[in-house]
Design a protein around this ligand. Sequence first.
Ligand SMILES: Nc1ncnc2c1ncn2[C@@H]1O[C@H](COP(=O)(O)OP(=O)(O)O)[C@@H](O)[C@H]1O
Ligand SMILES: [Mg+2]
Length: 145
Amino acid sequence: MGASGAGKTTLLQILGTLDSPNSGELMFNGKNIADLSSKALARFRNEHIGFIFQFHQLLPEFTAIENVCMPALIGGKSMSESKMKALELLDTLGLKDRASHKPAELSGGEQQRVAVARSLINSPDVILADEPSGNLDSKNAKEYG
Ligand SMILES: Nc1ncnc2c1ncn2[C@@H]1O[C@H](COP(=O)(O)OP(=O)(O)O)[C@@H](O)[C@H]1O
Ligand SMILES: [Mg+2]
C-alpha cells in the first residue's frame, strides 16, 4: 500500500524482473536473478511468476481466451491443452460466455478478470498483482480480487 507515485508499480516491476534496479540484488530461491541471460530470465518469468498489471495489458488483437492461453503457449503447452485450462479459468472467474470477445468488447472489470485468469494459467509460484481489484465492482472485487 502507498500513495499514488510512492513506487508500488516500480517495486513490482523490479520484483517481477521486468525492470532492473539501479542498486541492490534480487534473489529468488537463493539465486541472484541478475546472473540470468535475458532468454533464461524470460523462461524463469514464464514458469514462476504470474503478473496482474495495473492496466491489465491484454493484447487487443486477441480474444479473451487467446490472451489467457498466451503464457501457456509460450511455455510450450499445446493449443488444445492451453484452451481447455483457459476456459476452466474463465469459467471460474465468471467469464465463460465472454471467452471469444476481444478486450475492447469487455468492461474494465471483465478485462481485469481475464488478466487474473492469464496470471494463473501456468500455476506460478508467485503472483504479482498491481492494484488488481481497482477496476472491479465491490462484489467482484470480493470474489476475485
Ligand atoms: N518510466 C519511468 N521513468 C521515470 N520515472 C518514472 C517512470 N515510471 C514511474 N516513474 C516515477 O516513479 C515514481 C513511482 O511511480 P510508480 O511506481 O508508478 O508509483 P505507484 O505505482 O505507487 O503509483 C513516480 O514518481 C513516477 O512518476
Ligand atoms: Mg502503480
